[in-house]
Design a protein around this ligand. Structure first.
Ligand code: BGN
Length: 263
């Protein structure tokens, strides 16, 4: 590590234009990729962000994340996976798409994947975006939850898994349309394979959440969760179907546009 990482980082939540943010950060290469110029990065990390209709959040997110990640001296890329159409949002399926598509965008592939909501911003520079030997739940202390962990098994918001861990659990489920449960499903997949979720200290794993309207909960989420242990090996990355509509290499991110509706 060449740079000293101090703790708290400032957050700018004021309205920003995406087009203006795009003119910043000349150190970032096309597609939202960066590797430290004076050190050899120890971690190759893809940040996968599911997305729809949140342009303002995206501007704030990119403006926060690039300087934050550059200081950590990791080799990283930001991938925004946008769901087209009017079906309910399927966060988990977009993560599966982001995992496969981001791999095609890196010579030799990534080692580590951070599955990241666009409305969460890390508040402490010591929260290193890497993958340890066990899956890591990163967003343990969120301001919206009074900086307290809502429950022990939670794996939502921001989480990190190695390529091997993600592949072994067969990725996320593709079946969660609408809000809630898909992260608990992943948490259960990990448990069945005897992984245990680790976390940074609560003074480090701090995030702030951007304001938004509450999304529509998925009424089927409890019943879906009851079947995870029976079907996770047969349903997930191995059964993922999607139509790749476009991949655009923008300055601060790679934009993966997909149709994930069931046919
Ligand atoms: C939980 C949701 C998670 C979500 C957290 C935090 C469910 C499943 C039925 C119990 N789980 O309640 O998906 O990340 O809240 O918001 O709804």
């Amino acid at each position: 590590m060449c740079v000293r990482l101090n703790g708290p980082v400032p957050v700018n939540k004021t309205e920003l234009e995406l087009e203006r943010v795009d003119t910043q950060y000349p150190e970032v290469a096309c597609g939202g990729k960066y590797s430290p110029p004076y050190c050899t990065a120890r971690h190759k990390v893809a940040i996968i962000v599911p997305f729809r209709d949140r342009k303002q959040h995206l501007a704030i997110f990119l403006n926060h994340m690039h300087p934050f990640l550059m200081k950590q001296e990791i080799d990283y890329g930001i991938f925004i996976v946008e769901q087209l159409g009017n079906a309910n949002f399927n966060r988990a399926k977009l993560f599966n798409v982001g995992f496969l598509e981001s791999e095609k965008q890196k010579v030799g592939g990534w080692q580590c994947f951070i599955f990241h909501d666009v409305d969460l911003l890390p508040l402490d520079q010591r929260n290193i975006y890497s993958c340890p030997s066990q899956p890591r739940h990163m967003s343990a202390a969120v301001d919206k939850f009074d900086f307290k962990l809502p429950y022990k098994e939670i794996f939502g918001g921001v989480s990190a898994m190695t390529k091997e861990q993600f592949t072994k659990v067969n990725g996320f489920s593709n079946e969660y349309w609408g809000w809630g449960g898909e992260d608990d499903d992943m948490s259960a997949r990990l448990r069945y394979l005897n992984y245990h979720i680790e976390r940074y200290n609560m003074s480090i794993a701090r995030y702030t959440m951007l304001d938004h309207e509450k999304s529509k909960p998925n009424p089927k989420r409890m019943s879906l969760l009851q079947t995870t242990n029976l079907i996770f090996k047969k349903q997930g990355l191995s059964t993922l179907e999607y139509e790749l509509v476009d991949i655009v290499h923008r300055h601060l991110y790679t934009h993966i546009i997909v149709n994930i509706d069931e046919r």
